[in-house]
Design a protein around this ligand. Structure first.
Ligand code: GLN
Length: 540
């Protein structure tokens, strides 16, 4: 890009949150990447938490873990999956981080003599963070998604910072995309544009004129609606795009491309145009939409009311499914329903081809999951355990196979006589909760001959991302192994990283302490998820 000036694309949202800004951001990035540019993406979360790590999954969905151990917003997961890049914790900026830095600077005397204010001190800090990440990572184009909706009090300093960047970076180096909802009235079936118009007015009041509007709507945007939105937003009609409901989120880049969205972005940002090569992506989308077979997979967890809590696992299953020609039909099982007798394990698990024991924290639902694990183990149903899933599988094995009847995790019962799962040694002195778990990518040393070793193409060392405080207690490993549990991966420090059963004992019984789903990509599915689905579909 001749004279290298970084281009910034800001994505704002209107009317409602969860309107699909994350997918639009990721799709914009993919199209530009396939035009030959290096692209990064930042998510701004205007809440006061420093990161997403301390938030309840019910409120905020999954905490996405980056290579460097950031506990970030789940949109970073979309960015990584669409762009096929590894982002860092710096790609998720929150109000908490900004204010913390500004206040620390004030205490150090960096602003000596001044009154510290939102404008310019907070806005300057926001701008310098965005620029710093863009410069450090050397990208041609940095996407910046501003979370929440236009008009939220918390979002204002970020929008103001974006507005200032438009002036400072020059208009030809910035692009503003506004994503807003046009609902359909159920009584009349009409597509209503007023909410979109109002959110554009709100944006204009702040001083931002969007360069493109992407309209989320249940069915394709009608011409009349497009015309109205364009007129009221002072845009030409070809800058208003339809982002209607699709079968899969992975179709969004294709839909936007079909409407020439990438051409508009390239023109405004003065980028040399090159037709994005989307053949592989299209092929992947086709496979997601037309599986050769469908199988039922039980998803056993305790945040099942909000499926977003397990976003990366759901996507990892789709990636592996597309690769194998399998459509995973996810059957959500709330572990507390098992625990409290509202559902019968046998009834619900007898018609699934496999089950995932989902990650989690705390006591609620744990016994329900343990009973399900026993049923899956004894009935030879393929099972994959992730993080807490591994820990509960070890507890079940200790109780029912190794004869340690009251075995438990000290997370669930601190006075258990057999603490087969216990706090990591390094966690024993940790007193604060934010960002203090064992986090991020760490090596797993795979044991030759095991299932996991074969799944990873006989690699001796692989890296997966972690997020946990507890581990298999080394004192019990021998006892478990004597009874037939296989430890198939170890950490550098000799901690258990993966367990499995021998093929003669079970068709597929595997669990990892790490979360391989965080590194699964549409065109590079996670080996563990491929192995699990293959076994569930009896393709082994
Ligand atoms: N609660 C468990 C721990 O802290 C598992 C965490 C998880 O599943 N991510 O070790």
């Amino acid at each position: 890009m001749g004279n290298r000036k970084i281009k910034y694309i800001f994505v704002t949202g209107g009317v409602l949150s969860s309107v699909g800004k994350g997918i639009v951001t990721a799709s914009t990035g993919l199209l530009l990447k396939l035009m030959g540019y290096s692209v990064g993406a930042i998510k701004i979360d205007p809440y006061i938490n420093v990161d997403a790590g301390t938030m309840n999954p019910f409120m905020h969905g999954e905490v996405f873990v980056t290579e460097d151990g950031g506990e970030t917003d789940l949109d970073l997961g979309h960015y990584e999956r669409f762009l096929d890049v590894n982002l860092s914790k710096k790609h998720n900026i929150t109000t908490g981080q900004i204010y913390k830095t500004v206040i620390d600077k004030e205490r150090r005397g960096n602003y000596l003599g001044q009154t510290v204010q939102v404008i310019p001190h907070v806005t300057n800090e926001i701008k310098s963070r965005i620029r710093e990440v863009a410069i450090e990572t050397g990208v041609d184009i940095m996407l910046v998604e501003i979370g929440g909706t236009v008009g939220d009090i918390e979002g204002l300093p970020f929008l103001e910072a974006a507005r200032q960047m438009m002036i400072e970076e020059r208009p030809e180096n910035t692009f503003f995309v506004h994503v807003a909802l046009a609902p359909i009235l159920s009584a009349t079936g009409e597509q209503k544009t007023k909410p979109v118009q109002h959110s554009v007015y709100e944006l204009r009041r702040i001083g931002i004129l969007p360069n493109a509007i992407i309209v989320r709507t249940p069915r394709p945007l009608e011409e009349e609606a497009r015309r109205k939105i364009a007129l009221y937003s002072s845009l030409s009609e070809n800058a208003v795009f339809s982002n209607h409901d699709l079968e899969t989120i992975y179709e969004v880049p294709l839909l936007l491309k079909k409407q020439g969205y990438h051409i508009l972005v390239a023109k405004k940002l003065d980028l040399a145009y090159k037709e994005p090569e989307l053949n592989e992506w299209e092929d992947f989308v086709k496979k997601v939409k037309n599986p050769k077979m469908k199988i039922n997979i039980a998803m056993i967890g305790k945040y099942t009311r909000l499926k977003d809590s397990y976003m990366s696992i759901i996507e990892a299953l789709k990636h592996a499914g597309a690769y194998l020609g399998i459509g995973p039909n996810m059957i959500w099982i709330e572990a507390t329903d098992i625990e409290e007798g509202r559902i019968d394990i046998k009834d619900i698990l007898s018609n699934v081809s496999g089950a995932i024991i989902l990650p989690g924290f705390g006591k609620r639902g744990a016994e329900g999951k343990i009973s399900a694990i026993r049923y899956l183990r004894e009935n030879n149903i393929p099972v994959l355990g992730i993080c807490y899933g591994l820990q509960l599988m070890v507890i079940e094995f200790a109780r029912n196979v190794s004869n340690l009847k009251e075995a438990n995790s000290t997370e669930i019962n601190p006075t258990t006589p057999y603490p087969v799962i216990d706090l990591l040694p390094e966690q024993k002195t940790v007193r604060t909760l934010g960002g203090t778990m064992r986090l991020g990518a760490r090596p797993l040393h795979l044991v030759p001959g095991t299932t996991i070793y074969k799944l990873y193409g006989k690699a001796r060392v692989i890296y997966e991302r972690h997020r946990h405080r507890y581990e298999v207690n080394p004192r019990y490993v021998d006892r478990l192994v004597e009874n037939g549990l296989v430890v198939s991966a170890w950490s550098n420090e000799g901690l258990v990283e993966a367990i499995e059963l021998l093929p003669k004992d079970h068709t597929f019984y595997l669990a990892t302490q790490a979360h391989p789903e965080f590194k699964s990509r549409p065109l590079q599915p996670s080996p563990v998820y491929i192995g699990f689905l293959k076994a569930a579909a009896s393709l082994f």
